[in-house]
Write a protein that binds this ligand. Structure first.
Ligand SMILES: Cc1cc2nc3c(=O)[nH]c(=O)nc-3n(C[C@H](O)[C@H](O)[C@H](O)COP(=O)(O)O)c2cc1C
Length: 346
């Protein structure tokens, strides 16, 4: 077991490294550059009537946007979580918090995650690493982190590459699928299976759906590279090299979304990993995702201020609305699977 202090230190390192260092994929892309919307020169729409509202896991959202799971456990993380939650509440975005393992190990840090007071209406996701189910975590710990947030769902993140590169990572992934399946039966809220930036294939998605997960977040390649983040914090040259070798490893977000959507027309699907503007958000929605998640861009803005976050929210919404307008779609439902998005043949 990792000592509690180390869990907290690791969360602080992750924030610092993601804010200060260049830890994005630099060769693998999110794959969305391979698609283009067909422009409509006569949309026959009034821009002011475009509706971005949607529903996910039974809850109404102002827009199909998710502030992806990032942080908690330290004072700096608390400030970031509260800023994110304030903006999620204002715009009707969904929000995840970072892994709550530190709060299970050190109860006094629970308040750094507990944003429900400022986000009473937000679709809120608790978070734990699935691998912890092999390190003495079970239904009790899951219920604890759900209660901490009054969460609407529990994200179990799947991060085998990150654990390989992390010094003293938790690398026993044996038997996890059966444990996830059992939790899906036992918990009062849906379980969301999520990667952290290396993607989920359709074969893995099939198994997770059969296990009973309520949603999938592909968290594909093309954005923040966790191999690179862990390489930055490596304690020796071997771990550092390992992280750099695998810095571009993974399935691009666009590929995950198309593959999983053709496998299942109905599984609630979140696209994330390397989404950096509203045009990319609109592309993943047109490919069949129900929600689009961004982590790194929200982190940068949250580090700055609440007004910076509001500016980011406004520009993302304007970009998505502009795609709808310039493709002649009044609603997200019309955009979904729209023939207006075409693969480029190069
Ligand atoms: C600072 C930071 C901390 C993160 N911590 C977690 C975490 O605790 N749990 C998790 O599921 N994902 C975590 N992630 C991964 C993100 O949720 C997301 O899947 C990944 O960064 C890819 O999205 P992006 O390219 O928009 O950053 C973290 C991301 C960042 C930037």
């Amino acid at each position: 077991m990792t000592p509690p202090d180390e869990t907290q230190r690791r969360k602080a390192d992750h924030l610092r490294i993601c804010l200060d260092e260049d830890v994005q994929f630099d060769q693998t892309t999110n794959g969305l550059e391979r698609y283009r919307f067909t422009h409509s020169c006569l949309p026959e729409l009034d821009y002011g009537e475009i509706d971005l509202s949607t529903t996910f896991l039974g809850k109404k959202l102002g827009a199909p946007l998710l502030i992806s799971s990032m942080t908690g456990g330290t004072e700096a993380a608390r400030q970031i979580n509260y800023r994110l939650a304030e903006v999620a509440q204002r715009y009707g975005f969904a929000m995840g918090v970072g892994s709550q393992r530190v709060a299970v190990e050190q109860a006094q840090t629970a308040a750094t995650f507990a944003v429900r007071s400022v986000a009473p209406d937000v679709l809120l996701f608790a978070n734990l690493g699935a691998v912890q189910l092999n390190y003495r975590y079970g239904v009790e710990e899951c219920l604890k982190v759900i209660d901490m947030l009054e969460a609407d769902a529990l994200i179990l993140h799947l991060n085998p590459l990150q654990e390989c590169v992390q010094t003293r990572g938790d690398t026993n992934f044996r038997g996890l699928l059966a444990k996830i399946a059992r939790l899906c039966q036992q918990l009062p809220v849906p379980v969301i299976a999520k990667e952290v930036g290396n993607g989920i294939s359709s074969a893995m998605a099939q198994q997770l759906i059969e296990a009973g997960v309520g949603a999938i977040d592909v968290a594909g390649a093309g954005g923040t590279s966790w191999a690179r983040v862990e390489s930055e914090r490596a304690e020796d040259a071997r771990q550092r090299r390992l992280g750099e070798t695998f810095a571009n490893w993974g399935l691009p977000t666009a590929e995950c979304v198309t593959a999983i959507r053709s496998l299942s027309a109905t599984i609630p699907l979140i696209a994330s990993g390397g989404l950096r503007n509203g045009l990319e958000v609109a592309k993943v929605l047109a490919l069949g995702a129900d929600l689009a998640g961004l982590a790194w861009p929200f982190l940068q803005a949250a580090h700055e201020s609440v007004p910076a976050l509001q500016e980011l929210a406004e520009v993302l919404l304007a970009e998505v609305a502009t795609v709808l307008f310039c493709t002649g779609h009044a609603t997200l439902a019309a955009l979904k699977h729209s023939a207006a998005l075409q693969p480029l043949h190069r």
